[in-house]
Design a protein around this ligand. Structure first.
Ligand code: N2P
Length: 377
């Protein structure tokens, strides 16, 4: 399936909200129908985060059907998972959300003996995850990203020929935002990614939860709020690809995916992703198994399949996402492996900040600020 085919879909490569990747081959030893119970695994993953053919291949090889559903923010994943009764086996939270799920007792501790490909994760990932106690015991890295912004080179240069295009001032300077409003500004609809960027732009601690700092962020948004077309955490991908947005705050890999879709569409949309000079957030999306999972054996099989070097590279190449899987590196396209937006030098990654888990009180406080920012146009 080509990326281009996805262009007209709302947000996910899957035409229906829930898709069953059916088994084509059930395996060499077929059980009589009466005794055969379909093996399944239920997955809840980010939108635009899978190559469907890789799941089909899994089903062909194992006879396990994959029931697949998507979300586009950690908040959405948390709401669904904490409520209980979600019936998913595998969910894919970002690392700080893994901490929340561990605290809530929702995750199965990973038995790494069940994963043949357990050594495939690059050492720098585990080093960074050490900052979050327990996360490496309860999850396995799938993909990673930086949070920054991307712009449509032609539209932005036309409107702001002298702007500093490496700076978050492209968004946060009201003069710039005003000039770009006519070609479309999108911002992720999640405080955990956007607040840290705003705090860094103001020269403050990206993890600050101090009232006075949060008030400054709210103030910062007040002047640019009228120029923001949409707060949304997945639509920006296609909006950038088809020219409906010219500036967006989002995840690195999504912009590379957008770039590739734009290229497939052949309308001359040129997108540049920027790791802002004021600072960036590094995020790891982690495969986890819910303690309530009914299909744990199948979940282990799928996780092992997804972190196999070749399979993982196939997904990373398809999406143009950064993989944390060192066994996948040899299979990556040269263009993506050599792109410093996707694979920045280690010293750049080292400087990136990680979002730290917050207390519930802090989460509420930040969400309140976020609603003030996003609701008041
Ligand atoms: C996939 C978005 C996943 C990024 N479209 C979240 N870290």
């Amino acid at each position: 399936m080509k990326r281009l085919n996805f262009l007209h879909k709302a947000q996910s490569p899957f035409p229906l909200k829930e898709v069953v990747i059916t088994s084509l081959l059930v395996g060499a030893i077929a059980l009589p129908i009466a005794y055969a119970k379909d093996k399944v695994v239920r997955v809840y993953n980010w939108s635009d985060y899978m190559k469907p053919e890789v799941l089909e291949d899994f089903t062909q090889k194992t006879g396990i059907k994959v029931i697949y559903d998507t979300f586009d923010s950690n908040e959405m994943l948390l709401a669904k998972t904490l409520a209980g009764g979600s019936q998913y086996d595998i969910v894919v939270p970002s690392s700080f959300t893994v901490s929340y799920l561990i605290q809530a007792g929702k995750l199965e501790k990973i038995d790494f003996n069940k994963l043949e490909n357990r050594d495939n994760i690059a050492p720098f990932v585990n080093e960074r995850l050490e900052a979050l106690p327990g996360v490496s015991d309860y999850s396995v890295a799938y993909m990673w990203n930086s949070t920054g912004f991307a712009y449509n080179v032609k539209e932005v240069t036309e409107r702001l020929p002298n702007a500093d295009t490496d700076s978050l001032s492209l968004l946060f300077d009201p003069q710039n935002a005003k000039a770009l409003a006519s070609c479309g500004i999108y911002v992720l609809d999640t405080p955990t990614e956007v607040m840290p960027l705003a705090l860094m732009y103001l020269g403050l601690d990206p993890n600050s939860t101090k009232d006075e700092d949060l008030a400054k962020v709210e103030e910062l948004f007040k002047d640019i709020r009228p120029y923001i077309k949409k707060f949304h955490s997945s639509e920006y991908l296609n909006a950038m690809a088809n020219g409906d947005a010219c500036l967006a705050i989002g995840w690195s890999g999504d912009f590379y995916n957008a770039k590739a879709r734009a290229k497939d569409a052949g309308k001359g949309v040129d997108i540049r992703y920027v790791i802002p000079k004021e600072g960036s957030i590094v995020g790891f999306d982690q495969l986890t198994i819910l303690s309530s999972a009914e299909n744990k054996a199948e979940a282990y099989q799928l996780i092992d399949f997804l972190i196999d070097g070749k399979n993982n590279a196939e997904i990373a190449n398809f999406l143009d996402y950064s993989t944390p899987n060192q066994a996948a590196y040899p299979y990556l396209t040269e263009a993506s492996r050599n792109d410093e937006g996707l694979y920045p030098p280690k010293e750049v990654i080292d400087r990136m900040q990680m979002f730290k888990p917050q207390t519930q009180k802090e989460q509420k406080k930040i969400m309140k600020r976020w609603l003030n920012i996003t609701m008041h146009k």
